[in-house]
Design a protein around this ligand. Sequence first.
Ligand SMILES: [Zn+2]
Length: 252
Amino acid sequence: MAAPLVRPIVMSIYEVNGQRVLMPERMARSTPDMKKAMYDIRADVEAAGGKFALSDLFRSYDMQLQAHLDFTSGKKKAFSPPPGGSMHESGRAFDVDLKGLKMTLSDFWQIAKKWSVVPIIATPDSKASEAWHFECRGSHQLVYDYYKAGKGTNFKPAAAMAASAIVSAGLKHDRFADKEDVAYLQSGLIRLGEAIGSIDGELGPKSNGALGSLGLAGISRAEQLQGLDILLQQKFPDEFFDNTSEEIGHLV
Ligand SMILES: [Zn+2]
């Protein structure tokens, strides 16, 4: 479970004494590739005269549960799925302050796309619910595509992608009940191009066959995880290594 969450330094929409403050510590987590994407997007937005400020970034399991309860009780209008279904839980989604961008949503979509960040609504309508939500899916898009093609059947594609991203950040997911390490192996195998059936936290013949074809059979679980990490790091280095430098000038 070596894909780390790092600490991006980004502005929030929250204010203290009338001044906007940085994204609070407990929410300021993302994968390295999303951190870089946010910094690149911010530079482009600022070059065009806008500001890049966020209302939401990382949500822990407990924070996601609270958001879901607030939605079901009617306290919050925006839809929030229960824990396990959101890319916010893996540090791979942000909610941006659309007004502050000072550009049309379709112009922002172009900038986001340039840095491999995608919206989840179909057309750039800034009044639509979730118009503010963007995802840096990285290699987990491959899990989405795999489920969309019917190769995995126990989740809908978006939920499979979210589960894959969550277990890859070493975080808990209710569907796997302490077998997140096996789910992570399965997510990794899919992202390395293997067909293993569904991500279910149980190593069946297909998963074991795929491990064998990668030279990872007949060794301990810890060695399998380590071997898989090495292969994933080779294929998706941006998701493991943080190469961004901080430019604090952006923040004042
Ligand atoms: Zn969101």
